[in-house]
Design a protein around this ligand. Structure first.
Ligand code: ATP
Length: 234
């Protein structure tokens, strides 16, 4: 499966945020979208998921336009989204939160989803009866990712998973994304933590003012002087 975003424009009311955003992602790749606060990264994910309607440009899955398809339809086609801020239900258990991510699936598919998610995150399995609000920050982020995995997406979009986590937990969470990639999914990672993202990503896009200003293999970007100066404080 291949996701292609071309020349996307979008905004809120009259405020334009995306000015010709383009990117692509295939299954089996981990691609980072990097940039400062307000550059338009979250808006890009929301447009791909169908949570906001773009003003112009194209979003395609395997060449087929997603224009006019609801967020639910896009999820059913294989797009998973882990929103910024996790958005868990703190007074529900780990397992109840996971099952909410698969409410639209038949019972057997939900059981399969649980097995798959627990195999990837044994810690969630151990804590399946615990209230989500009592988990550590890193575990809550894994739960948010696990909930999106319940729908067995082929492409998973993850918004700022390291936000508010200690460096060690951030590293742990980003390492789980590499395991998700190894399962054959495509991962689109939106991050402000540029150094850590370039360590786990295959490729990356640097976004400024609603469009891509630099793109390439993650290792090359980590060596790029412009990236080092603007984002790595080297
Ligand atoms: P962040 O790391 O803060 O999420 P970002 O690169 O993801 O940054 P966006 O969240 O896409 O940036 O936001 C881009 C711009 O759009 C910002 O100036 C923001 O204030 C504005 N914006 C975001 N959501 C809304 C909204 N619902 N209504 C109005 N303006 C919004």
């Amino acid at each position: 499966m291949k996701l292609t975003v071309s020349d996307l424009t979008a905004g809120y009311a009259k405020a334009q945020v995306l000015f010709g955003m383009s990117l692509e992602l295939s299954q089996g790749e981990l691609v980072a979208v990097l940039g400062a606060n307000g550059a338009g990264k979250t808006t890009t994910l929301r447009a791909i998921s169908g949570l906001i309607r773009p003003w112009g440009g194209e979003i395609r899955l395997n060449g087929q336009s997603l224009a006019g398809l609801s967020a639910a339809r896009r999820a059913a086609l294989g797009l998973g989204h882990v929103p910024e801020g996790r958005q868990l239900f703190p007074l529900m258990s780990v397992e109840e939160n996971l099952l909410l991510g698969a409410a639209f699936l038949a019972w057997e598919r939900r059981q399969e989803g649980l097995e798959f998610t627990y195999a990837l995150f044994p810690r969630l399995s151990e804590r399946r009866g615990q209230l989500a609000g009592t988990l550590s920050g890193g575990e809550q982020q894994m739960l948010a990712i696990g909930r999106a995995l319940m729908g067995r997406p082929r492409i998973l979009m993850v918004d700022e998973p390291s936000l508010g986590l200690s460096p060690k937990l951030a590293e742990e969470v980003l390492a789980t994304l590499a395991r998700i990639k190894a399962e054959g999914m495509g991962v689109l990672l939106v991050e402000q933590n540029v150094a850590l993202s370039l360590e786990v990503a295959d490729r990356a896009y640097v976004v400024e003012h609603g469009k891509v200003v630099l793109a390439g293999p993650a290792q090359e970007l980590a060596q790029d002087e412009r990236v080092q100066k603007a984002y790595l404080a080297l």
